[in-house]
Design a protein around this ligand. Structure first.
Ligand code: XMP
Length: 518
């Protein structure tokens, strides 16, 4: 963790909101990490933690096996903000009383502020809050006072300002509590006395220094995917060590239309890095001949990617370091039980992307984004000059169009899908929906259907359009795209792509379907 920043931590009690809380704190330019709920207080002290946020959780404090923090937490002297379950835990452990509420309070509630001196400083007397709880604090612990209430909940916020212990029953981190960020700011600035130093400019300066120190005069290799993470790492490492960086792009043959050219342009003209582009498409198409099983496809693509990478790096001489675009959610996911981002998706499909190159290849890793959330990476990329179309690019799977071609993957079928995809994504962008949906793309189906064009019977390919809304790809809903947009896409595809005579729209959500068709 960067030594120069004040640190606030969120203790994770299995809440879907933990990461969101950390992101909000970072939006206030204060560095924040998510740590396991039972981390020992000594550990927090060792790291000079300035404030602790105890997150909400699905459990009731009286449930058997309900997760508990280190018992010394509440009296350790570090300022604490308990949210929902965190508030209830604090109240119960410090001698208050928590009861199952008569009715569950869920949704928006007017919050009336009773004390405007600490976490509610500078806020209006009434504000909107988002509630989601069954249990409620019914008796205050000694030393605590009521800071805010709602019509249903007397102790919607409580605190012992002298000991710097605070709790809120509602969720200040969600957008449904519009002034919630102000409460978090008050906590970190006024109560914890943190300085707002967590900015992109500072981050770049620190990382450039760190990378230079770590690498010395050695060389660094980076495998580019064309996505925002690897491109941003490339821009950052390039800024730090310039010529010592070599970026390798392996074209498997399943990119979208013109993507290879765009990547080439970006890295040779804009960033001017040592850029090696490998056209490995023949190898991949050869290996995929006759293969239709989705998992087999993934396996073949993954293995061949690594083999190509190994073969090509051997030609480059000694390069001890490999830079990767690992992000913070991946880091916490492997460290904190209870956080689930991506897990389900990973169990169902064997994912492959350039981030997973095997460490057995003997590289020392450089992962400058491992502390960042995706939105922070986007801001960083923007500041480093990464073009907007990469910054706002929707997620794109490592195996590319190969898993959007149902059945055998051939160069001809890739070409068809590239052309269709270009129309689909182009129209969705023009209509202003590209950033509103999580992913939107075309799938080439392995069935031909009968159609009529002019006076002639046709027997051609079918295209499925898939567009979903989602926040994390774990669950997704089909996007309600306007009919006239779908109509335009369908007309253009059928008129402009001679190999296609039918377009269908996928109206399945995840679960039970998945986002990709394979
Ligand atoms: P599914 O289809 O499982 O996808 O709902 C969830 C998210 O993961 C992406 N995805 C992949 N990403 N390699 C990747 O790097 C893969 O093999 C892969 N399969 C699916 C998918 O695009 C969605 O964002």
């Amino acid at each position: 963790m960067p030594q120069s920043h004040d640190l606030v931590v969120v203790l994770d009690f299995g809440a879907q909101y933990s990461m969101l809380i950390a992101r909000r704190v970072r939006e206030a330019n204060v560095y924040c990490e998510v740590l396991p709920h039972d981390i020992p207080v000594e550990e927090l002290k060792k790291r000079n933690v300035k404030g602790v946020i105890v997150s909400g959780g699905p459990a009731s404090v009286y449930e058997e096996g309900a997760p508990k923090p280190d018992p010394k937490l509440w009296t350790c002297g570090i300022p604490i903000l308990g949210i929902c379950y965190g508030l209830q835990l604090m109240a119960k452990d410090l001698g208050g009383e928590v009861k199952q509420g008569k009715k569950r309070e869920y949704g928006k509630a007017d919050l009336f502020i009773d004390d405007e001196t600490s976490i509610f400083a500078g806020l209006d007397h009434t504000m909107l809050s988002w509630m989601s709880h069954g249990d409620t604090v019914v008796k205050l612990p000694p030393g605590f006072k009521q800071l805010a209430h709602t019509d249903n909940t007397k102790f919607a916020s409580i605190g012992d300002p002298e000991k710097k212990l605070f709790g809120v029953q509602f969720h200040p981190e969600v957008v449904h509590t519009p002034k919630g960020i102000e409460i978090l700011k008050n906590f970190v600035y006024i109560i914890c006395q943190c300085k707002p130093t967590w900015t992109t400019a500072n981050f770049i300066e620190e990382q450039v220094k760190l990378i230079r120190e770590k690498v010395g005069k050695d060389r660094v290799l980076l495998a580019l995917s064309g996505g925002v993470d690897s491109t941003t790492v490339a821009a950052l490492v390039n800024k730090a060590i310039g010529d010592q960086l070599t970026c390798m792009f392996i074209d498997q043959g399943f990119m979208r239309k013109n993507e290879g050219v765009k990547i080439n342009d970006l890295f040779t003209r804009r960033f001017k890095v040592n850029f090696i582009s490998i056209d490995a498409s023949e190898r991949f198409f050869g290996q995929l001949k006759g293969v239709v099983d989705p998992e087999k496809k993934r396996k073949i693509i993954g293995e061949n990617f690594i083999r190509t990478f190994e073969e090509e790096t051997k030609k480059l001489g000694k390069i001890p370091y490999l830079a990767q675009g690992t992000l913070y959610p991946d880091v916490i996911e492997s460290a904190v039980p209870g956080t689930t981002t991506g897990k389900v998706a990973k169990k169902i499909k064997t994912h492959h992307n350039v981030g997973g190159l095997p460490e057995k290849m003997g590289f020392k890793l450089i992962e400058p984004l491992r502390l960042l959330f995706k939105d922070e990476v986007r801001r960083l990329g923007t500041d480093l000059g990464v073009p907007e179309d990469i910054i706002s690019r929707q997620p794109f799977p490592g195996p590319g169009l190969a898993i959007r071609i149902i059945g055998e993957v051939t160069p001809e079928r890739v070409k068809i899908l590239q052309e269709v995809d270009d129309i689909v994504v182009g129209e969705i962008k023009t209509a202003g929906f590209y950033k509103k949906v999580w992913q939107s793309f075309a799938v080439l189906l392995p069935i031909r259907t009968v159609g009529v064009m002019g006076d002639k019977r046709t027997y051609l390919n079918t295209i499925a359009i898939r567009a979903v809304t989602s926040t994390d790809a774990m669950t997704a809903d089909w996007a309600r795209l306007p009919y006239d947009l779908l109509e335009k896409i369908s007309n253009r595809v059928v008129n402009e792509i001679p190999e296609v005579n039918r377009v269908v729209y996928d109206i399945s959500s995840k679960p039970p379907s998945t986002i990709e068709w394979e």
